[in-house]
Design a protein around this ligand. Sequence first.
Ligand code: AMP
Ligand code: ZN
Ligand code: ZN
Length: 432
Amino acid sequence: MNKNACKFYLKKISFFIFFCLLSFLNANAQDTLQKVNLSKKNAISQQQKPYVILISIDGFRWDLADKYKAKNLIALRKAGVEAEYLKPSFPSLTFPNHYTIATGLYPVHHGIVDNNFYDKKREVIYRKSDKVMAVDSSWYAGKPIWVLAEEQQMLSAIYYWPGSEISMNGIRPTYFYNYNEIIPMGRRIETVKNWLQLPDHKRPHLIAFYFPQVDKAGHNYSVNSKATEAAVLEVDDAIGQLVQVAKATQLPINFMVVSDHGMTPIDQENTIPLPKAINLSQFVVPPGTALLHLYAKNEAYIQSTYQALKADTTNYIVYLAKDIPKAWHYNKQSDIYNRVGDIILVPKLPKVFSINGLKSDVGQHGFDPSISDMHAIFYAQGPQFKSGIKIKAFENVHIYPLIAQILGLKINDKIDGKLEVLAPILNSPRLK
Ligand code: AMP
Ligand code: ZN
Ligand code: ZN
């Protein structure tokens, strides 16, 4: 063999050894990111209960499965239940809505009234992007569904959900992750498979799983882009794999696929600056595009500023907190944590606010939940659901009592969601 051929074969062999090593390491890699409470077990009485896998696809507008031919989602809803659409709570933003789905409470009742808001008592602006605040339980009220399950000795596993990392009176999901976007999808699906293969006393009955891809593509490239199509198909493929994983276990697993809100194209060029009528020495104004809150430093400033803002409403609608539309469940009377602005401004689409002068994303959400582009999805399938039915649209507060009913969990606290709304989609519903 000549020198060159020898070099060529040596190179090939070292590549082969490198790839074998890589696959070996990958297959045996320890999941150091998963948080596990080793001391917890399902009570014997919980071990016979069914399972729920709750999937959220962030920003998945009501029409996207058909628009981009998401075959696994279409098959899932066809075999189960499909709602005309799922109505988000106001404002149609990620944190308020995920936490509403998790608690069965409107945002003013669970306290996360926006992605960014001001708390007058604490004199602090909450920002969902602040890693410390986003997991600080003192901002969050209500009882998330995973806490309800854990309190009743039923194990839960949450693969990302706003609020799932907080310790609520010392209670957390038995299995969970701190939010990150680095774990490859195949690994995440493998983890769900592992959870479902745990012995009866260790297997979670409630699993939640979150996909950020469609929302990101909608913001950056618009809902009508190739990028959104690719994101929809990527998520659809992952859901197809999750369904196969669940099927192979032969366990009574019920899937619920939801989204938190839709997405709409906006006017990126002509954004609305901070109106001149607002004096920043008199008001705290946290960043916002689809909704601006004005928190008065002194109540005496409210009426005059409101009147000044009313003088030019070409680009926005202005509300005093007490006059916010009843349908939004967001006005002063319901705002128990006093976190909605004294005045709020809602832009007239396709305009949005940009008070810091930054260019807006091409797609946005956060607007009135009755606008069709803000509508979300609800698809459900599994042994506890009727099959092949379509139901009318409903508000996302009603998902919580439905999950509790399937898992046989008792709700002792007052919530906004009502079991009567979704009980008809269950096989032999047991109304409490
Ligand atoms: P939005 O700004 O309303 O479009 O929120 C969507 C973004 O929220 C996602 O792209 C993520 O970056 C972020 N996000 C979603 N879930 C979480 C979470 N559990 N913790 C922290 N950030 C999150
Ligand atoms: Zn979202
Ligand atoms: Zn978004």
